[in-house]
Design a protein around this ligand. Structure first.
Ligand code: V1P
Ligand code: CA
Ligand code: ZN
Length: 393
């Protein structure tokens, strides 16, 4: 139709839930679920749905969420209303206990539904990959990597990634989790701290004092003790402001290349948080759509079954650009995709103020000074390779 052909014998599945996009965290909150609508309509305007299998994600059940999250946390999440429960019910202690109701993780109308839809999409993606019905399954509504077993954190309430990886572990011996969101993937790292069947690797801006969540130092590689098989199975790549496509791509290919060689994963879970792009409202990097997408292309070339998750991304138009480009990469469109966009798409509305044609090739954001010396980049690769020597071949 639009120059995209479905490759024979290669299946990409796309999992979304339009209901999820209708939820609001609040006027000033940076997390805007409608960025998913924007992304989907851009993806549609290129005709990509013709080249993949599209599924409306179901909502995850309580039992499915309970595969990772604790019952008392889920029970509380299921009963809270936008108005905090009256003080005389629990004295506000549950909100404090579960980190709910603050500015990062507000309580809003339909919160529990929103969470179970995000998790439902990622669980559906994992099941398709397990059944071999999908080579790459995409869940842009997932990727909520900070949520803990009994605690909300950083805009994340339910850790759909952990739930999806738990599914993958039912049919694949080893899963590699990669996280290119600008924030540290602390929730996923913590969940798999004590297993050698999951290796986690997050690339992020690191500043223990002033950048959320403050964890993910180079030498944080999982609790080291002789009884912990998960020791050395957490890899962290802490970065500074302003990293470019060139440096990031070099680091990514060296770090992930070394991990794959040593750990030999049987499946990949890739969190594609788009807040690592230049011009992001919360981010600090200088990545362009090409550099971000190059990570997806490199993983695809490994030829392993893979799930692509969404995640952060606070400049909605750029989120849509990146996730559209990455959907195209999953589909195997390696040349530039047809930039002729139908005039009538709702997506056009959001781009009409731009001077240039809204192509995916546009340079994003004002460049930030690059605070990543080449020496440090080399040091990081060296440290990772030293860590990997401890990993059983
Ligand atoms: O920095 C914090 C707070 C302050 N500390 C007490 C914690 N929170 C950050 C949270 C960022 C979450 C990122 C999520 C993801 O990795 C995955 C979906 O992308 C924060 C920031 C900030 N600039 O880092 N919260 C907010 N900004 C915020 C701003 C306005 C309204 C509500 C929250
Ligand atoms: Ca990250
Ligand atoms: Zn983020």
């Amino acid at each position: 139709e639009y120059g995209i052909v479905r490759p024979k014998g290669y299946n990409v599945t796309f999992h979304t839930n339009p209901e999820m996009e209708k939820h609001h965290f609040g006027q000033t909150h940076p997390m805007k679920p409608w960025r998913l609508t924007l992304s989907k309509s851009l993806i549609m305007s290129y005709g990509m749905p013709y080249a993949m299998n599209n599924y409306i994600a179901r909502t995850a059940t309580y039992e499915e969420l309970n595969d990772y999250h604790s019952q008392d946390y889920l029970d509380y999440l299921g009963t809270v209303l936008p108005e905090p429960v009256p003080r005389d019910v629990d004295g506000g202690t549950n909100e404090m206990r579960f980190n709910l109701g603050g500015s990062d993780c507000p309580l809003f109308e339909g919160l529990y539904d929103y969470c179970s839809m995000s998790a439902g999409g990622s669980l559906d993606a994992a099941r398709k990959v397990c059944n071999k019905e999908s080579d790459i399954a995409i869940s842009w509504g997932g990727g909520l990597h900070h949520a803990k077993k009994m605690e909300a954190s950083g805009f994340c309430y339910i850790n759909d990634i952990v739930l999806a990886i738990l599914q993958l572990l039912r049919c694949y011996p080893r899963v590699l989790y990669i996280d290119i969101d600008v924030h540290h993937g602390d929730g996923v790292e913590e969940a798999f701290y004590s297993t050698d069947r999951v290796m986690t690797c997050s690339f992020h801006k690191y500043d223990p004092v002033s950048f959320f969540p403050g964890t993910g130092a180079l030498d944080d590689n999982g609790p080291k003790n002789e009884y912990n098989p998960g020791a050395h199975h957490a890899i962290n790549v802490p970065l500074n402001d302003g990293i470019t496509d060139e440096q990031y791509g070099w680091l990514f290919e060296n770090v992930i290349g070394s991990i794959v060689e040593r750990f030999r994963p049987s499946a990949i879970a890739l969190q594609c948080g788009a807040d690592s792009l230049a011009g992001d409202r919360l981010g600090r990097f200088n990545l362009q759509v090409q550099g971000h997408g190059q990570c997806v292309a490199f993983c695809k070339k490994l030829g392993l079954p893979m799930i692509l998750f969404g995640g952060g991304g606070y400049t909605p138009r750029n989120v849509a650009r990146a996730w559209t480009w990455e959907t195209a990469i999953a589909l195997g469109v390696d040349k530039k995709i047809n930039p002729v966009i139908p005039q009538h798409t709702p997506w056009r509305e959001h781009f009409r103020q731009e001077e240039l044609l809204p192509t995916l090739e546009q340079i994003l954001g004002d460049p930030k000074p690059n605070k990543n010396p080449q020496k440090r980049i080399l040091e990081i690769v060296q440290h990772v390779q030293e860590q990997l020597r401890f990993v059983q071949h």
